[in-house]
Structures are given as C-alpha cells and as structure tokens.
Design a protein around this ligand. Sequence first.
Ligand SMILES: Nc1ncnc2c1ncn2[C@@H]1O[C@H](COP(=O)(O)OP(=O)(O)OP(=O)(O)O)[C@@H](O)[C@H]1O
Ligand SMILES: [Mg+2]
Length: 325
Amino acid sequence: MAIVDIQGIKKQYPGVGREPALDRIDLRLEPGTVLGLLGPNGAGKTTFIKILAGLLVPDAGRGTVLGYDLWRQAAEIRAHVSLVAPTADVGIDNNLTVRQNLVFWAPVYGLYGKAARQRIVELLERLGLADKADAWPMHLSAGQRQRLALARSLLAETPLLFLDEPTNKLDREGTQAVRELIAELNIERGVTIVLTTHVMEEAEELCTEIAILQHGQIRQHGPTYDVIASLGIVRPVQLILQGDPEAMSSLATRDLMGAVKLEWAQPEWAPGDKELTVWTRDTRGTTADLLAWVMRHGYRLVRIQSARVTLDDVFRQVLDAGRPN
Ligand SMILES: Nc1ncnc2c1ncn2[C@@H]1O[C@H](COP(=O)(O)OP(=O)(O)OP(=O)(O)O)[C@@H](O)[C@H]1O
Ligand SMILES: [Mg+2]
C-alpha cells in the first residue's frame, strides 16, 4: 500500500490573489521514501505538508495518507503522523524544562518507561542539548529551540514524518546531527519522511525522491538521481591517461553511457600523457564506463575529475522553464 496516494489536490487561501497555493497536485509515495519538497518561497510546500498531515483541508482532490481518507479521516491522519513546522516553537511548553518537554511528548508518540528515558537521553546527546536538559525553553537560543522541536518529532515512532525546513536556523554541527538522525530514522526504522529544504546539497544527500514545486504545481518528481539525469544537462568528465594511443583512439561515444562528445588533447606539460574530455548527460554512468575501459586496456589513470550535475543545476533549470516570459 502506498503511504501517500493523492490526486488533484487544490488549495486556495480565501481572499488571496488569483493563483491557488496548490493546483492539481498528484503524489504517490511508497513506504520508506525520503521525499524532498523543493521550491522557491511561496511555492506551496508548507501548504502541501499541512494538507498531507491532516492539518489543512484541501478545496478539491481526493486520496489517502497511511490508508486514511484525506477528507473523512483527517483526525486519524493527525494521530499517526508527526510534523515539525518551521516555526519550531509549536509543541514546546515553556513551563516545562527541555527534558520534561520530551518526557511529556514521549507517550504521545508511543514511547514509555525505560525506552522513553533512553531515547530522550540519546536525542538530547545527539542534538547537543545534554547540558540544556534542565533549562527552560525561554532560555534557549533560536537554534536550540529548533533542536528541541526536532528532538520532539524524532521521538516519533510514527510511520510518516514531516519536516518543514528541519535544519533552518541550525549551525553546522546541528545540521549534521539532524541529517544523520533523519537518515537513521529512515534506514533503521523504515520511517517515510517528507522534508522541505532550500539547501540543495541537503536534499541530494538525504532524499530518495525529489519533487520540485513552483506556483503550486509539481514541475518535476522522481527518484533523485533520475531527476538529476532526466534534464540531460551536459557536463565534462576529464581524464589524464598513459598507454597505447592507437588503442585509445578506438573509444567512441556509444561505448560510454550518456556521452555526447569526446575530445582528445595532448597536455603540454606531459608529452607521454593523453587528456580526454567526455561531454556527457550522465557523469556517473560515463565515469563507471570509463573506469571499466581503462581497466580493460591496462591504461594508467593519472587523474580523473568530473563536474557532475547537481540538484542545484536541475532546480534552476526547472524553475527557469516554469517562469512566465
Ligand atoms: N494562512 C495563509 N493565508 C493566506 N495565504 C497563505 C497562508 N499560508 C500560505 N499562504 C500563501 O500560499 C502560498 C504558498 O505558501 P506556502 O507557505 O505553502 O509556501 P512555501 O513553499 O512553504 O514557502 P517558503 O519557502 O517561504 O516556506 C503563498 O503565496 C502564501 O502567501
Ligand atoms: Mg514553507
């Protein structure tokens, strides 16, 4: 069963412009997915997450989340998912200390007794809050409050977790800790995660799938690597080799996955070497094929480097295509 299976979701906030916040959104997510929702400010990411979490009713569309009907069973959905909003203070009780906040939430997420205490100690430790365990939330910095809100949601044993800009406000260390925890929840506990982020590198590192939203519509959605490869952005892979030049020249673009053009050169500084530049739509596939070819012929590989396509390139290209002229 798909964890999320929705069609034609539409949402327009009352009295705001003519453009709906979400416009005919379809989405299907299998269990174990980490979906990265990307898009510029105002694209509809938070609205979408709120609808999926049962917090906001769409104007049109249908579907299920965790098998519960989006319209008729929103309360069931809310009870079985967890969400960290960008205004991370939601859910923090200022009359309880950091640890007490987590103790309060643990049973809500199905954690009791020793298991709860252990998980709380572990999360405080891993999110760098151990020395703030007995502090009042009002005395935390913005980033520390964000960490506490995350700790609360990471207590969750829910099968579906929504993280709206989870590393926003966090310093380098906090960001790294949170990314590790997200990966762990997904890999070890099989939690399906939907996260939004403006950090492409983060999405690339964590997400098995990417959906790019713009003006309330999904412009692109698929497995992260497919999304990156699908736009056919051409990038160079460069090698410096030593070996038999005759045999080298038989290499053709068709031998290399995604290659569109080969260029041979003679580096001035090393007359015995050959420099090869392969222009490719698939740096990963081309690199793998090139390495196999080098091995097969027993060439000596002096250097290889590739300017691979990043999610950032893809993001910019998708948004440019969707911009009105
Ligand atoms: N409660 C609301 N009332 C009226 N309009 C809203 C409300 N919440 C969001 N909007 C509008 O809906 C659109 C989508 O907003 P949303 O918060 O979903 O965007 P987002 O992709 O999460 O943006 P960001 O990257 O800035 O968080 C925006 O135009 C926004 O102004
Ligand atoms: Mg948002």
